[in-house]
Ligand binder design. Sequence first.
Ligand code: FAD
Length: 422
Amino acid sequence: MRVLVLGAGVVGMATAYYLWRDGHEVTVVDRQGGPGLEASYGNAGGLCPSFAGPWAAPGMVAKALRLSLTPRSPIRFRPQPDLHQWTWLARWVANCNVESFRRNKLRMQRVAHYSLACLRTLVDEAGLDGFDFHSDGVLQLFRTPEELELGRLSARALEELGIAWRLLNAGEVDALEPALAQRSAPIAGALHLPSDASGDSHKFSKALHQHLVARGVRFLFDTPVHAIEHEAAAITGVQAGPQRLVADAYVVALGSFAPRLLRPLGIRLPVYPLKGYSITVPVQDDGPDFQTALMDEHNKVMISRLGGRVRAAGMGELGGYDLSTDPEQRDMLVNVVREFFPVGLDFDRVETWAGLRPMTPDGPPVLGRTHWPNLFLNSGHGSNGWTQACGTSRIVADILAGRSPAIDMDGLTGERFGIASA
Ligand SMILES: Cc1cc2nc3c(=O)[nH]c(=O)nc-3n(C[C@H](O)[C@H](O)[C@H](O)COP(=O)(O)OP(=O)(O)OC[C@H]3O[C@@H](n4cnc5c(N)ncnc54)[C@H](O)[C@@H]3O)c2cc1C
């Protein structure tokens, strides 16, 4: 079958891999000049199924409102004259309760753990390397005894889900990750999640691109998709750049921009961008040689070692599609990194980045069929898209081929938002 994948972020690239593996004739189209150049470019690098959970949580409405009014807050709300933002927000608020949180978290955990297993298999199958993959787990760091106590509670929830964890005191943290010894940040303790990992999703996308080009997958970069065309019963083509592309099936992996192209097809996909920031700092010769990715729970900033660089990312701004960077947020990230690693990083050469997390209001992605029999979705990966890319893409390839996915699809399709399937 000829399949056209719309979008070459990490999700579109992984989709192309599984479709190619099934023997389809695959074309990938993207407006950027290469793969993984939007949300998949500068994210925190965490492959963290153990963290996977919705932003829509009990108490989050009050917390978000309070933080939005605080200067230099990591969470901001910028109201837009856009009905899409307000309907998304209303749905998000409706999910901020204990019952929805628990249900959504379980759904996200299901797909995230499956996804990391798929990524490991893909890496072995394709012999993929060069994306700064670290399989040494994650340390969730708590600065105060109160935060540590909350960590203890969330560890119990991990136990229910069968996820390996270990609670460490400050001395045990230093023993596990000696590079933290010079920190000025206080550490009351940490939760060690040994089965999580980290890596660079942009480099992964590039490596996959090379692998797939060599195997006949066609890529059309610098090619913006303007419209998806249809007749009464099926999608018939795509207007992309100056050309019309025709295939037997189409997969939408357009990150935060999927709703715009789907709306004219009668599909109201509730995906809205949540902007975040990252900095990437070169490591000097004598720089910190840490392997475990770190989550500074106090500031909700994740820090990963990506080869010769350290990446720190966080913040959430609900306010449209603007991608400008903010010196205040940059400085906050620099300060956090300095507190953990005061020496050995070249802070004169910091790369600052902003990206848009494609968020659903409840948390899980939207996968699979639509009411158009030859149009499929791989969308709404939110703050866990790198973690989830391989599993969701394998699921979409399974559905397209008429196979049953390996995990229960309850709560992972468009049905929960009234998106009908053919
Ligand atoms: C600050 C920050 C930190 C994060 N940290 C993590 C983390 O630690 N772990 C994790 O798992 N996830 C993390 N994420 C989330 C993750 O980065 C995203 O979920 C993921 O990259 C989404 O991938 P995607 O392929 O769906 O979207 P994208 O990477 O945005 O890809 C969409 C593609 O569609 C293309 N496109 C859009 N519109 C058009 C059009 N009209 N025509 C042609 N092409 C088009 C774009 O060019 C782009 O290449 C983070 C995100 C941010 C912002």
